[in-house]
Design a protein around this ligand. Structure first.
Ligand code: S3P
Length: 425
């Protein structure tokens, strides 16, 4: 994909449904009794992997594109899959589904693509083993492929070293099947979509500070769910609208859950002109239309408890920081090294190749804004968020920016390039 400088971006877009929420509709829909009807489901490759896995475990899922219908069979309704569960590129499917598999009365094998086979799974293997499941990494490297031998589980109170919603959700979903109440405490609060949706389906979850506690054996009932637009997908247009001169973009119906809205808080602190309109609620998830106008930005320091609320937006924020006056410091973000690619390394290398003043640190990066960016040939490393972040950088660079392996945007945002083109004037 080739990108050139944009003189302005104007118009209105609706980004696809939230990836995290879409995954959870399939998982909870499968464990609920009765029919769940999902509107706005993300038709990205990751969420289709989740549909595929639960289909293999006997759940009837009809994907009519604008609506997905899941015929749930209740907490104990999954059946042994005929073959390996393949999560593709989806870490969320791999980790959260493992929590459910840990409690099943059958053995499963779970695998994924080359990226998934390098991502750490020890973080869910440890707590699920403590609960009583037997999980082994087939190549003995704490990565997929995994053998999961489900067992009757006992409740635990787990103190997670990382603020990870995937880890928290795996344990909470395993806790639905455990004897006693299961709790997870994390260093900072991570996204809470599992907790919100579990309650919406009839489960009992209580959150106090950074601890979430689930009661076992709920009667979950199928629901109507409307998935809001994904703020992680909106982030590319928020950044683009702020940095491309003379721009004004309205992004309709985006999820602004406070555990996901760090990008908005950071942009506003940097001086970004962002207004939230039509605030609303979709099955317990807050939503709004986001109006973005080009702005003069100033660098800031980003670290601590805000990091989990913008973890997937850091590549886009690194591009934004190149156009802010002064220094932006991103710290406490070592988790980026174990995402779909090593996003710290890739952002630093790619932005350096474009002429930015950027330095890697152990857990983040330091960017001195203001240097003009030049076009470059950049590989996405098959990481959707890298492809989209650098497509935005290309709108502000001299010459042509070429994104190699740019098709990986199908993971979370199949119509990304078309939506971007529709705003370019
Ligand atoms: C997700 C949680 C985050 C995020 C990922 C989706 C989820 O990962 O990066 O894209 O849906 O729970 P971690 O939980 O590993 O931080």
């Amino acid at each position: 994909m080739n990108l050139t400088k944009a003189s302005k971006l104007t118009g209105e877009i609706t980004v696809p449904g939230d990836k995290s929420i879409s995954h959870r509709t399939i998982m909870l829909g499968a464990l609920a009794k009765g029919t769940t009807q999902v509107k706005g489901f993300l038709q990205g490759a990751d969420c289709l992997s989740t549909i595929d896995c639960f289909g293999k475990m006997g759940i009837d899922i009809e994907n009519k594109k604008d609506t997905v219908i899941i015929k749930g069979k209740g907490l104990h309704g999954l059946t042994k899959p005929n073959g390996i569960l393949d999560v593709g590129n989806s870490g969320t499917t791999a980790r959260i589904m493992s929590g459910i598999l840990a409690a099943q009365p059958f053995k499963t094998e779970l695998t994924g693509d080359a990226s998934i086979q390098k991502r750490p799974m020890g973080r869910i293997m440890e707590p699920l083993s403590q609960m009583g499941a037997s999980i082994t990494s087939i190549h003995n490297n704490n990565c997929a492929p995994l053998h999961i031998n489900g067992s009757p589980l006992s409740a635990i109170h787990y103190h997670s070293k990382v603020a990870s919603a995937q880890v928290k959700s795996a344990i909470l979903l395993a806790g639905l099947f455990a004897e006693g109440k299961t709790s997870v405490t994390e260093p900072y609060v991570s996204r809470n979509h599992t907790e919100i949706m579990l309650k919406y389906f009839g489960g009992d979850v209580i959150t106090v500070g950074t601890t979430a506690t689930v009661s076992p054996n709920p009667v979950l009932t199928g629901q109507q769910v409307t998935v809001p637009g994904d703020i992680s997908s909106a982030a590319y247009f928020i950044v683009a609208g702020l940095i491309v001169p003379n721009s004004e973009i309205l992004i309709k119906n985006v999820g602004i859950n406070p555990t996901r809205d760090g990008i908005l808080r950071v942009c506003q602190e940097m001086g970004g002109n962002i207004t939230l309109l039509n605030k609303n609620d979709a099955n317990g998830e807050q939503t709004a239309d986001i109006l973005v106008k080009s702005s003069e930005l100033t660098g800031i320091e980003i670290g601590g408890s805000i990091i989990p609320t913008l973890i997937d937006e850091i590549p886009a924020i690194s591009v934004l920081a190149c156009f802010a006056k002064g220094k932006t410091v991103i710290k406490d973000a070592a988790e980026l090294k174990v995402k779909e690619s090593n996003r710290l390394d890739v952002c630093v290398n790619h932005l350096s190749a474009m002429n930015a003043d950027i330095t890697a640190t152990d857990d983040g990066m330091i960017i001195n804004g203001g240097r003009p960016l030049h076009g470059a040939v950049l590989d996405s490393k098959l990481d959707h968020r890298i492809a989209m972040s650098f497509a935005i950088a290309g709108l502000m660079a001299d010459g042509t920016t070429t994104i190699q392996n740019s098709d990986c945007v199908t993971i979370s945002y199949p119509s990304f390039y078309a939506d971007l083109a529709s705003l370019k004037k």
